[in-house]
Design a binder for this molecule. Structure first.
Ligand SMILES: [Mg+2]
Length: 401
């Protein structure tokens, strides 16, 4: 079996509400969610599907260019030699020398589609090829976007009423404001739900210690990436001096970084993304390394559609230590590109797909509809930015103090 053709389709899928993001522009900025759907067709007629996110300046054409740049290496490849192909792509794109995190997300759709082909050729969902299912469904959390504390409290109550048991808030906007927001959320939902906060590396070590000491009063599940991801010594020091467990995110983008976090004892849990580093295989290696170290893992989101969501669900099923709520904005989509429409939530849970490969099929009509929306409403226009200029500008440019 060899890959005979590679196709990409840019899609724009309507969202219920705009979510400001730490990436500011692109898929979460406002209005439609953007993604690049990848199809790899083999010489024996199988079609593997994948999905790459839109990260670079909100421009899906850049994602497509990254994929097209390796077309000659992918066409002709044997999907059962996927690890070899991945190393070849890293060598040919400079990633082997310069690091993977800056580009690898663009090629994620290829990695996903190669795995999908392997599963389809075997007639098995990927989690069965990876050793079986530790769970049949996987939990996700609800994101409470930053705003007035009273509005965040209303949001939190609504999510808990829908059955969500983990809530997530961004912090790092100023300690008093952070505390007011987290307090409002906690008071709104009572003691039961977990609250995870994410500082996106906002704090220096002193600020981190004092902020976390105050926020700890509200019973936090994790504080995500409180300090610079590049300074693991500082992260480990903060971890030792605060009463809230630390979740490594930007510090845990690749298997190599995960090993460093584990070795330096810089976190209590790791947030993985199969679109970075060594792709899905790398995320599996990181999950296994974390399991060996006794650490839970969760997955990060780029605002996936159903294809990439299916890929993380396969991952969640196959590894024992995906025990906590994962990040997603999937509940924000009005539609999807997969057959049957969006995967349905049962409270905070999505079922792990059991069809072959990723376990989902493209819906050609939906794919065409959302591709047409991209051409009609998005292409050639400036990338969208969130409506909240405080969040968008100051959050990204804030000093780390
Ligand atoms: Mg994060």
């Amino acid at each position: 079996m060899k890959v005979a053709d590679l196709r990409t389709t840019i899609v724009a899928v309507p969202q219920r509400r705009a979510y400001p993001s730490s990436w500011r522009r692109s898929y979460l900025g406002s209005t439609p969610a953007l993604a690049v759907i990848v199809e790899l067709e083999t010489d024996d007629g199988l079609v593997g599907i994948g999905e790459s996110p839109v990260v670079y300046a909100g421009r899906p054409e850049v994602t497509v260019a990254l994929i097209e740049g390796v077309r000659e290496l992918v066409v002709g490849a044997d999907p059962f030699h996927g690890d070899v192909l991945r190393r070849l792509l890293q060598a040919e794109t400079g990633m082997a020398h310069l690091g993977t995190a800056g580009i690898s997300w663009g090629l994620a759709g290829i990695d996903m589609a190669i795995w999908d082909l392997v599963g389809r050729a075997c007639g098995q969902p990927l989690h069965r090829l990876w050793g079986g299912a530790w769970r049949e469904r996987s939990p996700f959390y609800a994101d409470i976007p930053p705003g007035e504390p009273a509005a965040m409290a209303d949001d939190a109550r609504a999510w808990v009423a829908r059955g969500f048991t983990t809530l997530y808030c961004k912090v790092g906007f100023g300690i008093d404001l952070d505390v007011a927001r987290v307090r409002a959320v906690r008071e709104a939902v009572g003691d039961g739900p977990r609250i995870r906060v994410d500082a996106n590396q906002a704090w220096g070590p002193g600020s981190a210690r004092s902020a976390i000491a105050r926020l700890a009063e509200y019973g936090l599940e994790y504080i995500e990436q409180p300090v610079l991801a590049s300074n693991l010594e500082e992260m480990a020091e903060v971890r030792r001096s605060v009463p809230v467990p630390i979740l490594a995110h930007e510090a845990a983008l690749t298997p190599e970084l995960c090993l460093q976090v584990i070795a330096r004892r810089a976190a209590d849990a790791l947030q993985l993304d199969p679109r970075f580093g060594d792709g899905i295989a790398g995320a599996r290696a990181s999950a296994l390394a974390a399991e060996a170290a006794g650490l839970p893992v969760v997955t990060h989101t780029f605002g996936e559609l159903g294809v990439a969501t299916a890929s993380v669900l396969q991952l969640h099923a196959a590894h024992r230590n995906f025990v906590h709520a994962n990040q997603t904005y999937y509940w924000n989509l009005v539609d999807d590109v997969i057959a049957g429409g969006p995967l349905p939530f049962d409270g905070p849970f999505l079922q792990v797909p059991t069809g072959p490969g990723l376990g989902v099929e493209l819906d050609r009509d939906r794919l065409a509809e959302h591709a047409a929306r991209y051409e009609r409403e998005v292409r050639g226009r400036p990338p969208s930015v969130p409506q909240d200029p405080f969040y968008a500008r100051d959050y990204l440019l804030r000093p780390r103090v």
